[in-house]
Write a protein that binds this ligand. Structure first.
Ligand code: CUA
Length: 314
């Protein structure tokens, strides 16, 4: 059974995984046995009771109490057993331990932002301590997204203006992929992230390093570089000239942009600011109007920082 599991299920990196996999395999095996049994009976009866001549008359059978009770009671017990097993796991998954380490999660088109209680923000990467329960308080900045970590067997939708929660406990240091598993627009398949589980010392060191990146003390371009990952720009805009859902930032400053409305402009500071705050005011030809507005999301200093970072990429 363990061998079988390895073939078609991901690593078991949270305590939920064993229970989820056990139930999944039980349903798969029970379903397969029923399918084979019913198919075999169907074929057997088709041959055995085939109408052989026009003189064959179908006997009139009104009912068979024993048979009817059997096919009602046996599946009911099976279904209730599956329900009880699933419900036990559901209750466990819905109730995070009171001492859980809390992290706020924002889903945005198209990336993940993780905000720690001390104010540290991590873009695309959720760094957590090993061996501790971690509770995520999640919401979306724009449309519906869904947070899915297959290795932990957890999945939860994110909605605007409302918190949803999920929790997990990763016992060992390691890395696990986060997928967005709700179609959210043209960058949906790029909306991946990573959970990095660190031992206590390594986690404390990481946190101290992040906390030292005080926004007010950073030069603008360096702040812009941080925001590029924290705010999810990286999901659509490359900085090395490679193609993406949106135009690359490399060589963007000072370039002539042709828009879908037939006009054109030189990408100066004024244009860059407009493109960040009111993203779809003018859309570059050849690209979808997929970018969310950052008006009210970024401070003036943060917009300045992104503009300076883009200018540096020439
Ligand atoms: Cu976010 Cu799909």
């Amino acid at each position: 059974m363990e061998r079988l599991r390895h073939y078609f299920l991901p690593e078991q990196a949270s305590p939920f995984a064993q229970d989820v996999d056990g139930l999944f395999i039980f349903i798969t095996v029970a379903g397969t046995i029923l399918l084979l049994g019913i198919t075999a009976a169907l074929i057997y009866f088709s041959v055995k009771y085939k109408r052989r001549s026009s003189a064959d008359v179908t006997p009139v059978i009104r009912h068979n109490l024993a048979l009817e009770l059997t096919w009602t009671i046996v599946p009911t017990i099976l279904i209730l057993f599956i329900f009880a097993w699933g419900f036990r796991g559901y209750v466990q998954m819905r109730n995070a331990p009171a001492d859980a380490y809390e992290v706020y999660v924002t889903g945005l088109s198209f990336g993940w932002q993780f905000t720690y209680l001390n104010g540290v923000i991590s873009g695309g990467e959720l760094v957590v301590p090993a061996g501790r329960p971690v509770k995520l308080l999640m919401q979306s900045r724009d449309v519906l997204h869904s947070f899915f970590v297959p290795d932990f067997r957890i999945k939860q939708d994110l909605m605007p203006n409302r918190y949803t929660t999920v929790w997990f406990q990763a016992e060992n240091p390691g890395e696990h992929i986060i997928y967005c598993t709700e179609y959210c627009g043209s960058g949906h398949s790029n909306m991946m992230g990573r959970v990095r589980v660190l031992a206590d010392d390594a986690f404390d060191a990481w946190m101290a390093g992040e906390a030292a990146k005080n926004e007010q003390d950073l030069p603008l371009a360096r702040l812009g570089e941080n925001l590029y990952t924290q705010q999810g720009c990286m999901a659509c805009h490359s900085v090395d000239g490679s193609a993406g859902i949106g135009p690359t930032f490399a060589g963007l400053y000072g370039a002539t942009r042709n828009f879908t409305n037939g006009t054109s402009a030189v990408a100066d500071e004024v244009y860059l600011r407009e493109s960040i705050l009111v993203a779809n005011a003018r859309v570059v030809a050849g690209y979808p109007p997929a970018m969310p507005n950052y008006q009210g999301v970024l401070s003036d200093r943060q917009v300045d920082a992104l503009v300076e970072y883009i200018k540096e990429l020439n």
